[in-house]
Design a binder for this molecule. Structure first.
Ligand code: PHE
Length: 482
């Protein structure tokens, strides 16, 4: 896209939600020809689209049911407020100041230093996550088709349905490919014409579907029991492992620790009120995760099941059983089944786009590749890396557990990436620079002191304690095993 290179600064705005809304129609601000968002609202929508994904609707309820219900929820909220939200702001700041992908931005802000290696870890993490994310997202497409065909009947064995799909290498590879191609097409089309246009259509659709499904779930018989399990804390389940799960989940769900927010922030203009944007994105993501729980737990208890076990089963085996029991059979089940899996697929697509965008932006910025070429080549490579995950759920028994291992690795690399970023902003690049960048768009940043303490001391300390404890336990177990 051809754009003039001089940045245009608009009038300063007061902070707060008003300015978010009043800026919705802002003219785009050029950004070295790399592409940019058409408005502030587009950025917030795209960032929220990245954050809200399988992490909220598939992974979060699984974590809650494995982590003791309400107790996990409380720990999760703590991790979001104290660690993830400050890191989210830090990522946006680094992106807008560095005007590049995570590697390029860190190199630009702190040349001739090894900090960029954290950016590189982020790009690598993006590759790992997208490789298995696309496999699970592919299932949503398969399930939309099954739901529309009226497969979910009261006598349907949904476990067998899931296992047949998972064990069929052909189906797995086909839908993994379909989803990856959708992602590539959007990213190849660019920031404005691809990503922005897509999120503007898909995010409103997502919200409508979410509200409809929640109203249905909350009015099911048994809903109260589900809500009680979900919200009543059982502190006896809390272990160091649960803390790692919670912080990993917070990073995963908010798309932090691998540079998605750096990359999306790099397409922003200097007027943007970053603290308000970060709060909106983190708030929307957390709200949606909580609302997803309000759909899934009532539904599980309605079907007379227990939420333990977790894993992929929760959404892909349990929920179809519930669709089968909807009134006005078979149409009720078809309707809600299609709605639910479209919701899941839409959420996954807007997240997958951001995962691929980080990797593509790295090649475009730092290796001068053409965007279209990067999207297709890298998307293809990530597809291939995802093949063992796609075949790990039954198609090839030797690969059993591979998808879970990739997910587990990402849980750690995201948190390490987040630690690196907090240290970079707090100590490496420097708080003075970061605050100056924030003040370009938010002259009266009132929480400057609080954020500085959080990003410099609290977030790194919390991450170190949580990760350190887990590593200590692992080592202890290994020693005990000898
Ligand atoms: N946040 C996304 C989700 O919740 C996943 C994701 C992780 C996207 C990291 C980008 C970066 O599904």
């Amino acid at each position: 896209m051809l754009v003039p290179s001089a940045p245009v600064r608009g009038p300063r705005r007061s902070s707060g939600l008003d300015s978010l809304v009043s800026n919705m129609t802002n003219a785009p601000i050029p950004n070295n020809g790399r592409g940019n968002w058409g408005s502030r609202f587009a950025f917030v929508l795209a960032a929220a689209g990245s954050a809200i994904g399988l992490g909220n609707i598939w992974r979060f309820p699984v974590s809650v049911s494995e982590g003791g219900g309400g107790a996990f929820l409380l720990i999760y909220l703590f991790c979001v407020a104290v660690v993830a939200l400050p890191v989210m702001l830090a990522e946006m700041v680094v992106g807008r100041a560095g005007e590049k992908n995570p590697v390029g931005a860190m190199r630009h802000l702190k040349p001739k230093s090894p900090w960029f290696l954290f950016g590189a870890l982020g790009v690598l993490t993006g590759v790992i996550i997208l490789s298995f994310y696309s496999v699970i997202a592919g299932w949503t497409i398969y399930y939309v088709i099954e739901a529309a065909r009226g497969t979910f009947q009261p006598d349907t064995d949904t476990e067998a349905l899931f296992e047949n799909m998972a064990a069929s290498g052909g189906i797995e590879l086909l839908f993994h490919a379909v989803f990856m191609i959708l992602t590539i097409v959007v990213v190849a089309a660019g920031v404005r014409k691809g990503i922005e246009r897509t999120v503007k259509i898909l995010m409103p659709l997502f919200f409508v579907l979410l509200v409809v499904l929640m109203l249905r779930a909350l009015t099911l018989p048994g809903a109260a029991e589900g809500i009680a399990f979900y919200l009543k804390p059982d502190f006896s389940q809390i272990t160091g492992g649960i803390w790692v799960m919670a912080i990993g989940q917070a990073f995963f769900s908010l798309s932090l620790g691998m540079g998605a927010m750096i990359t999306y922030g790099s397409y922003l203009n200097k007027q943007e009120n970053l603290p308000v944007s970060a709060a909106c994105v983190a708030g929307a993501d957390t709200l949606i995760a909580i609302l997803a729980g309000l759909i899934i737990f009532p539904a599980i208890f309605f079907a007379g099941m227990t939420p333990g076990g977790g894993g992929p089963a929760l959404v892909f085996i349990t929920l179809p059983q519930i669709f089968a029991q909807m009134p006005w059979a078979p149409y009720g089940g078809m309707l809600f089944g299609v709605a639910f899996f479209v919701l899941l697929g839409v959420a996954a697509l807007t997240s997958a786009i951001s995962l691929l965008e980080v990797v593509v932006a790295h090649m475009v910025d730092d290796w001068k590749w053409n965007r279209r070429k990067s999207a297709w080549i890298l998307g293809g490579v990530i597809y291939v890396i995802g093949i063992p995950s796609a075949l790990s759920l039954g198609a090839v028994p030797a690969l059993s557990g591979f998808l879970g291992i990739m997910d587990g690795i990402a849980n750690y690399t995201l948190v390490i990436g987040g630690l690196g970023l907090a240290l970079f902003v707090g100590w490496g690049w420097g708080l003075g620079h970061a605050l100056a960048e924030i003040r370009e768009g938010t002259p009266g940043f009132r929480l400057a002191k609080v954020w500085s303490v959080l990003i410099r001391y609290v977030a790194p300390a919390a991450i170190t304690v949580i990760l350190g404890n887990q590593i200590f336990q692992l080592v202890r177990k290994m020693i005990a095993g000898f």
